[in-house]
Ligand binder design. Structure first.
Ligand code: ATP
Ligand code: MG
Length: 561
């Protein structure tokens, strides 16, 4: 009988078998005149056994759709069919033999046992990263089988992964003949015992060495084929997102997560070295206003009361200035706008800082210092090489950054023919949307401090420019390929001005009493900013999509795993 998935004739015996190079199909045909096969060979294979019935091929005219196959062609096809059948017979036999041999090998393997040789020195437990330090000593390393290569029954080459790095290991003789060795699959967990030695000249391995095993233990077996069965080159985006917990085991994603960890540390080191205190502001907040931005907040039922997930910790940071001086936080911010862009998330890591007694120029200087120093720290850290792997063309930003006023940006867009969708130019007072902003940032191709936005485009608490009250002392940092990564400003110092701003915005000041109090109980010039960690990571790791730099990204219709 034809096997599942192979073409079949409609019913046996069929008295006539139809084929058509013009209209037939080898996948969906069944040999009838209405559903002919495409090729004679497929028709014969589907029919399986000789003698074949009358076989028809394409006729010459439209009236005579089919004609009997010419005799010479028939003889030739029968010959080819016999050869084809012999081949398939032979491969079936081989498959059967292979399966039997495997079965037998597994049965035999059950008899092979390995035990640790107690006369050897006690193995020291190490992480992969410590391998070089412990070369030529007996060690044991635990981890996940990242890759696996079997050489017959004599050698098993494993690349072990433990989060600190990759280690090549060699299991030979009995070590690779046990039942567990034959069953071993990628992603299984193992503990390997042996001695790490430098690989001989001309050979390569991670770290330049390999673990020659003298014993090993299986900790947990993974399904055959490891995660290849779930994720491979053809996997679609949704499946990858559903299996993000497996995706993060991959080399690229684990590199990004490692860089992310070093980047967070670089931010903390930067701030601590400069005398900032870290605070941990609340995530659950009461809204202070009924303004437009509140529609961008996620609602939470807080013991029967309406609360929200914070979209910025800035206001809380400001309240800490009189207590702690310069302060920062690295916390999650939440945005409920239904963005579907490559740089917006519903939950992101927000690096925010506030500083008392600074000027707008000081703020810009601090931003330059922050970004150059943090990038420098990461590049000098163990993650530096990972960044170079992912982004070999990275140009670390240099001070001073290009400083550009919003009004100049409007001019720049006009001069460079960057227009709105309706083919008109952006005018002063209009928001520069993501696409235009990014085209400008890409064209300039270096970090930009985009300054002094019109007041009506920005939040109510921003300090107005002394020289032109239409403008604010505000700044966005733009990076090539990403666009805005920072939004910052000086904050209003005068309580009367703030009260006026509440009114213009339609905000109930009574709910803001604690924020207003900052201006009453000893006001001061101050400013700060918020930086999107993922946006900076996109730039640093040269990643097109913000989702790829998060552990478990949250965005429209995606809240799991
Ligand atoms: P955008 O104009 O890109 O939507 P925004 O001006 O609304 O951003 P801010 O309120 O200024 O953003 O937030 C400060 C920083 O936080 C931004 O510069 C950006 O780096 C980051 N950020 C803001 N919204 C998001 C988001 N939805 N996903 C990821 N990062 C964000
Ligand atoms: Mg902004």
């Amino acid at each position: 009988m034809a096997e599942v998935g192979q073409p079949k004739v409609k019913e046996l015996p069929l008295e006539e078998l139809y084929t058509s190079e013009k209209h037939g199909c080898d996948q969906t045909g069944d040999g009838t005149a209405s559903k002919p096969f495409k090729t004679v060979m497929t028709a014969m294979l589907a029919y399986e056994k000789e003698p074949f019935p009358q076989i028809y091929v394409d006729g010459k005219t439209d009236e005579k759709k089919f004609k009997l196959i010419p005799h010479a062609q028939f003889i030739n096809q029968v010959k080819l069919h016999r050869e084809e059948q012999q081949k398939s017979q032979a491969s079936k036999v081989k498959e059967q033999e292979d399966a039997e041999r495997k079965e037998k090998d597994l049965e035999e393997a059950k008899q092979v046992t390995i035990i640790e040789d107690k006369s050897l020195p006690k193995a020291l437990k190490i992480k992969v990263l410590e391998g070089e330090k412990h070369r030529d000593e007996r060690v044991k390393v635990s981890g996940w089988v990242h890759r696996l290569h079997r050489q017959e029954n004599t050698l098993l080459r494993v690349v072990l992964r433990d989060g600190t790095g990759y280690l090549q290991a060699i299991l030979s003789d009995k070590l690779c003949q046990t039942y567990n060795a034959l069953m071993l699959s990628p992603e299984s967990t193992v503990t390997l015992y042996g001695t790490i030695s430098k690989v001989s000249k001309g050979k390569t391995a991670p770290g330049g060495h390999e673990l020659v095993c003298d014993y090993w233990e299986l900790v947990g077996l993974a399904p055959p084929g490891g995660i290849e069965n779930v994720l491979n080159q053809n996997t679609d985006v949704e499946t990858k997102l559903d299996n993000r917990h497996l995706v993060i085991r991959g080399e690229k994603t684990s590199k990004i997560l490692r860089i992310r960890s070093y980047l967070m540390q670089a931010f903390r080191d930067h701030f601590f070295e400069r005398g900032y205190y870290e605070i941990t502001p609340p995530c659950l907040v009461h809204t202070q206003c009924e303004c437009e931005c509140c529609s961008a907040l996620f609602k939470v039922d807080f013991f029967g009361e309406q609360a929200y997930l914070t979209q910025s910790s800035q206001l809380y940071l400001e309240t800490c200035l009189p207590s702690l001086g310069d302060v920062f936080c690295i916390a999650e911010s939440y945005r409920a706008e239904q963005h579907q862009t490559r740089r917006h998330l519903a939950e992101y890591t927000h690096v925010e800082a506030e500083c008392p007694f600074i000027s707008f120029d000081d703020l810009l200087d601090r931003l330059e210092d922050l970004i150059t120093d943090v990038v420098d720290k990461v590049l000098k850290s163990p993650a530096g090489q990972l960044v170079k792997d992912l982004n070999p063309n990275l140009v670390p930003p240099k001070r001073p950054f290009k400083r550009m006023d919003y009004s100049e940006a409007i001019k720049y867009l006009r001069e460079n023919e960057i227009k709105k969708e309706d083919d008109t130019y952006y005018e002063f007072g209009e928001d520069i949307p993501e696409m235009a902003e990014r085209r400008m940032a890409d064209k300039i191709n270096e970090p930009i401090l985009l300054c002094r936005f019109p007041a009506e485009m920005k939040t109510f608490y921003m300090q107005k420019c002394r020289k032109d009250k239409r403008l604010t002392e505000s700044v966005d940092v733009l990076m090539p390929n990403v666009g805005e990564i920072v939004g910052g400003s000086m904050r209003m110092t005068d309580s009367a001005e703030l009260m006026e701003a509440y009114e213009v915005e339609g905000v109930d000041p009574s709910k803001y009493y604690w924020y207003t109090d900052q201006r009453k109980f000893g006001t001061c010039p101050h400013g700060g900013y918020g930086l999107g960690l993922e946006r900076l990571l996109m730039w640093l790791c040269d990643q097109h999509h913000i989702r790829d730099v998060c552990l478990y990204p949250r965005f429209l219709e995606r809240c799991s795993p």
